[in-house]
Design a protein around this ligand. Structure first.
Ligand code: GDP
Length: 166
């Protein structure tokens, strides 16, 4: 974990989108503060959270935006985001919206969260993987509860942004 006073080389903006209650808020707080809140009120608000970390030799400040119950993307499309993290479940629709509105150079990763609830799995891994491959997206199954893969997903995303923008 880097400290926030370190000199920042780049600021990358990431936005998380997806159906409500899939765990966007909790994945964010796991990544930004290494916390999970059991009795959280759903949904982040348009606020963002930041975390500063090293990607290869660079100090990257990740600015991660939530989307407060937004059911569509028009307001996001106005902004200049480096990457998007659509969450699984309604993934097809979200990815279509992204492709329609976002810049071509945007980096997209698909997240299937709540991987700890295997017995309640809604989307088979193989289906999500196949979809991600078709659409040329990174795919991660995460758990905000255990922290599994959250770091890996964001790291991959930030590395990819770095290689696209630099
Ligand atoms: P959002 O509406 O997409 O922001 O969803 P939240 O982050 O508010 O999460 C919705 C509910 O799912 C909350 O009760 C969370 O505690 C729970 N939740 C979020 N992530 C996980 C996870 O990885 N595992 C489990 N078991 N529950 C989770």
């Amino acid at each position: 974990r880097n400290n926030d006073n370190e000199k920042v080389d780049y600021v990358y903006k990431v936005v998380v989108i997806g159906d409500s209650a899939v765990g966007k808020t909790q994945v964010l707080s796991r990544f930004a503060r290494n916390e999970f809140c059991f009795d959280s009120k759903s949904t982040i608000g348009v606020e963002f959270q930041t975390r500063t970390l090293r990607v290869w030799s660079k100090v990257i400040k990740a600015q991660i935006w939530g989307t407060a119950g937004q059911e569509s993307l028009p307001f996001i499309a106005q902004e200049d985001y480096n990457s998007m993290l659509p969450f699984s479940f309604g993934h097809q629709r979200w990815v279509e919206e992204l492709r329609a509105h976002a810049d071509n150079s945007i980096v997209i990763a698909l997240i299937g969260n709540k991987a700890d609830l295997e017995e309640k799995r809604a989307v088979p891994s193989e289906d999500a993987m196949e979809f991600a491959e078709d659409q040329n997206l990174y795919f991660f199954e995460t758990s905000a509860l255990t922290g599994d893969n959250v770091e890996a997903a964001f790291n991959k995303l930030l590395e990819e942004i770095y290689s696209v923008v630099s």
